[in-house]
Design a protein around this ligand. Structure first.
Ligand SMILES: Nc1nc2c(ncn2[C@@H]2O[C@H](COP(=O)(O)OP(=O)(O)OP(=O)(O)O)[C@@H](O)[C@H]2O)c(=O)[nH]1
Ligand SMILES: [Mg+2]
Length: 479
């Protein structure tokens, strides 16, 4: 499937543009050595792999032939031992955009082509240095904004997910081979594989795919951050809590109900995990056009959220409006945050007792219990003025994500993987029924073949231009 242009020698700046100590220009392809040598005569004809050569890079221009462009260090990576799998040179020059431009134009004069987005990683994939899942992790690693996210990308690059997918692929091939053999031999009345053995394999595959598919939310959270939405009626202290969590004055706080109108997005870190927190307009019936739009936005933010802090004033009972809102919110991802603990004389425990009783009277008890949590554990009494409560809320989020225990498990975080593997899971659900009923081995083989295609597509063992475009268009040039 390699295209003609894959044989070109390509070049690009791999470090960010702008001023810096050094910039690195990468040159990769069959003619990398001769092209770079045309500018850097200090590199021997047969350089040594992983060795750095120092000297002056000179212009190819006829008029000013030999004019030095910069003092550089060129490191050579031999074909088969480089990131792309091809002969590669990395030229470290002074970090000046003008110098970088000049060197790139000299390289083009020498016959190199400017690289496309992600073309180095694309070549690493085409040359079998990485599978597609690993190639995607290179992008995630570059883009990661938190420690958790970069660690997850690194695990994916190291092949954590690929190994699991390889194993699923092997098991599917095993099942298909056995089904097909039994179809061939069935006329002779021979049973090649016991149906119960096949069924247990199919069940195992289904479970494994199910686990991967359901790891997507977690994987996405690790990669892009957790979306936390602050909601509640006006004036309960949502914006104050946002400021407490991000430890700066991001949102305007006043004692006038209806202060926040638009969504305010900010971010903070919890144990290296990025939390995107969204403050919203207080929920109430409003005649004000702008406020009404703000409230609509608040509802849609709630729908997309991973977690919701439903904020209220713990010094008073919940109002009828609050109860109404609570009936509509997705309680399985909601925390009840009773703010303003400094107001009133009740202790935190008394507030929890009183509020949980009120909620029970409103019929919430079973609804919340259905989610495996005691109602009282869902209520947290805090004050937006108390720094230690900010830490408490962060711990709460961290615990609810149960983070550390998943570290060794393969997790999917790309939408492409989720789509493919959800499809494969559906195939295995069908296959299970068919194998159980033991009616048509042809039909169950068909389902498993489709599952196999989807797993292979995820790994990039089967691909077309569309898949390649989708994966590599996200990359930056130089990677
Ligand atoms: N005593 C006390 N007052 C608080 C606390 N948190 C917030 N307030 C006050 O409550 C008022 C409203 O706070 P905001 O943070 O603007 O409330 P909001 O929920 O964002 O309000 P809207 O944007 O109007 O929906 C302000 O006067 C805050 O100073 C708290 O923990 N204790
Ligand atoms: Mg506000």
């Amino acid at each position: 499937m390699a295209r003609d242009r894959d044989l070109d020698t390509i070049c690009a700046q791999s470090t960010p543009s702008g001023l810096g100590g050094i910039s690195v220009i990468r040159v990769s392809g069959p003619k990398a050595v001769s092209m770079v040598r045309a500018l850097c005569d200090f590199i021997p004809e047969i350089p040594e792999s992983h060795r750095a050569y120092y000297g002056f890079l000179r212009s190819l221009n006829v008029d000013i032939d030999g004019e030095p462009v910069d003092e550089v260090i060129a490191t050579y990576f031999q074909k088969g031992r480089s990131f792309t799998g091809e002969d590669t040179l990395e030229i470290s020059c002074h970090g000046n955009p003008q110098i970088v431009r000049e060197i790139l134009s000299e390289l083009v004069k020498a016959g190199a082509r400017p690289a496309d987005r992600g073309e180095f990683t694309y070549r690493a994939f085409m040359n079998g240095r990485l599978d597609l899942v690993q190639a995607e992790s290179v992008l995630s690693l570059i883009e990661s904004q938190s420690k958790q996210s970069s660690q997850q990308a690194l695990r994916q690059l190291q092949g954590n997910l690929s190994r699991e997918l390889d194993q699923i692929e092997n098991d599917l091939i095993w099942c298909l081979a056995h089904i097909e053999a039994s179809i061939d031999f069935s006329t002779e009345g021979l049973e090649v594989v016991d149906n119960s053995v096949l069924l247990s394999k199919v069940l195992g595959l289904k479970d494994q795919l199910q686990k991967l598919v359901s790891s997507f939310q977690r994987g996405r959270i690790l990669k892009d951050g957790y979306q936390l939405v602050l909601t509640g009626v006006p004036n309960v202290g949502k914006s104050s809590l946002l400021n407490l969590l991000v430890e700066e004055d991001r949102a305007i706080v006043t004692d006038i109900p209806g202060t926040t109108r638009d969504l305010i997005v900010a971010a903070f870190m919890v144990h290296g995990l990025k939390i995107n927190v969204i403050d919203t307009a207080g929920l109430r019936v409003s005649q004000d056009t702008v406020e009404k739009i703000g409230i609509e936005r608040s509802y849609s933010a709630q729908r997309e959220a991973d977690g919701i802090f439903f904020v209220f004033d713990s010094s008073r009972p919940l109002t009828a409006e609050e109860i109404l809102e609570l009936r509509q919110v997705d309680l399985s991802k909601t925390y009840l945050i009773g703010n303003k603990k400094d107001q009133g004389s009740e202790s935190a425990r008394e507030r929890v007792e009183r509020l949980s009783k009120q909620l029970e009277n409103e019929g919430f008890f079973q609804k919340l219990q259905g989610f495996g949590k005691d109602l009282k554990e869902k209520i947290h009494i805090v004050s937006a003025f108390d720094k230690s409560d900010g830490e408490k809320l962060k711990d709460l989020l961290w615990e609810s994500l149960g983070n550390s225990q998943f570290e060794d498990q393969a997790v999917i975080s790309q939408a492409r993987h989720f789509e493919n593997l959800s499809g494969a899971l559906q195939n295995m659900v069908q296959a299970e029924t068919l194998v159980r009923e033991a009616v048509s081995p042809e039909l169950s083989a068909l389902e498993m073949k489709e599952a196999l295609l989807r797993v292979q597509e995820t790994l990039g063992k089967r691909f077309d231009d569309q898949i390649m475009d989708r994966v590599f268009k996200e990359f930056c040039i130089g990677k």
